[in-house]
Design a protein around this ligand. Sequence first.
Ligand code: AMP
Ligand code: ZN
Length: 467
Amino acid sequence: MDIHLYNTLTLHKETFIKKEWVTMYHCGPTVYDYAHIGNLRSYVFADILRRTFEYNSYKVHQVINITDIGHLVTDGDDGEDKMIKALKREGKPFTLEAMRDVATFYFEKFVDDLKSLNIKLPQEFPRASDHIEDDIDFIKILEQKGYTYPTEDGIYFDTAKFTPYGKLGKLKETALKIDDQTDIQSRVGWNSDKRSQRDFAVWKFDAKLGWESPWGKGLPGWHIECSVMSRKYLGQPFDIHTGGVDHIPIHHNNEIAQSESAYDGPLAHYWMHNEFVTLNNSKMSKSAGNFATLAELKEQFISPLAYRYWLLTAHYRSPANFTLEAVQGAQNALIRLISLIGNLPDDGFISTSYKENFQTYINNDLDTPKGIALVWDILRDKQLSDADKKATIINIDEVLGLNLIAAKGIAEETVKDVPADIAALVEAREQARAEKDWVKSDALRQEIEERGFVVTDTKDGIRVILK
Ligand code: AMP
Ligand code: ZN
């Protein structure tokens, strides 16, 4: 079955050309702080993309880069370096070593977040700070070809020399025209040394903190790392480049400009972008201070997998407005799903017609909302045997990644609204304990566990948690 994906480069859904290996690069986090749940949407989306290809028997080579240098608080060339901001915040010395340590700490936290969301890890997590020599070689090519010019504070890419500049998202043809007066420039800040305000730094001087280079001590511009590391690990062109929609106007158009200029060919065939998670209908972001982390969700007894379920109920190209109530609703649905499936017998067969339906949905630009609705349809089906229902849903879960069968990952979270059948068993166990019928109470505990829940006796009373 063909896979159709929306390509920001053409603004159309395109049929993916069949091949054995699919290469994908996902713009990774700037590891100066914990990721927020908006950032994590980008990687749940990338994971669904990967799983969809695998479901269709492709092999996938995935890279998520780790930005541990050079990303300023804006996406352009002004403002403070985010890593310096982290050093200040944490009272660390301004050295490359301290920067590396801070980055390592948040990188590890990021990987923990990915794991708790049941995201398959990519083959590579290249770090920007490990690729300075490669960056310098790349900038030298741009320089030799006449695409760069020096200013007081760095070496800049001359966008006037790349005629298709702004082709991603067809910025040139839409209201967001790229010239010196547009709002894209107001976002990157005015710099009178630049030939055009849309030009961007490929190397920024920094006499104190940075690496030696033919142009002077400093740091590579943020966009360079993605051009360099994607090509290094995946070749050029590779198949799919992803990121959030905020990367379209600046970061990804700049990657395209420098990579195509350096190597005279496209960087990637497909460019795919997830919409934002919003809070009160504005973009969730660190700088605006309106964000939540997975740890904060856990404090509210929301499991990361419930957040994943909630994300999948929206299409990745639609904004998803976060509210605690909405995610709680998703958690209740997920708990119910796990409990219903846990009660179904094993050894069934996968229903080919449902599998085909699911594949049609997911291959149509990753329609996860329809995929989730289908799971509930399967459970309601009066014709299909219980064992076949279970086998079919477990097969579909290879893409959804909700861990429906194992119910792992929701471990250790308190379940506020336990399903009625479990509540009844818990009550019966209490009764048995009151009657000092230890054999019965143990048997009931075991039954509860077999259904995917654990009862614990705490000083505040009974707690029921998912196993
Ligand atoms: P950053 O660390 O800022 O480079 O962001 C990491 C990823 O998260 C990028 O792909 C961004 O486009 C994406 N992102 C940032 N904010 C949001 C948001 N509120 N919703 C969805 N994705 C986001
Ligand atoms: Zn990037």
